[in-house]
Design a protein around this ligand. Sequence first.
Ligand code: FES
Length: 199
Amino acid sequence: MSFHPLMDYGKSHHQSSRTLADEGPEFTFTPEHLAKLEDICSRYPAERRKSAVLAALYMAQRQQGYISRNAMRAVAAAIRCTTAEVEDVVSFYTMFYQRPVGRHVLQVCRTLSCALNGAERVTEELQKVLGITPGQTTADGEFSLFEVECLGACDRAPVVGVNDHWHECQKPEDARALVDGLKARGAASLTGCHLDKER
Ligand code: FES
């Protein structure tokens, strides 16, 4: 699959992050998160406790900002599966970060609908505004930029994931306003074409 001569389709966000998996500091869930996780696990049969893996990973990421290997071990212990099973899930989904990221994570979709509607130009403008390339975080820790595969809003291409939101119908000339708005007002600046991701 190659529909733009300049895009590097061989390097996805999760492939590159997998090789950079961060051991991280010691990790234990907060008592509040553990209680909430127990409540979620109780909704499944005891032998299917690991069905709560996505909820557990979201909690770990909310607590630490990313999913280190130590966090994966804590998740595996909490839902009673192997760390390898947890790692498989983390490395599959681009919404889980395996190393520290910026306060605002921008994920530009580069799959067909978005590519045909100018996603690569959106990425280029974001690179210029932020002074980083995909996979990097700004020195002030404010922004990380990634290219990812389909975010599931193809009819509103090009789409940029902004933390827990989708910002849709992005144009290259919107890049500066998107960054400035996030700096000034965070997610509240995402007016118009945006949706919250379901959790
Ligand atoms: S192709 Fe970009 S959201 Fe589906």
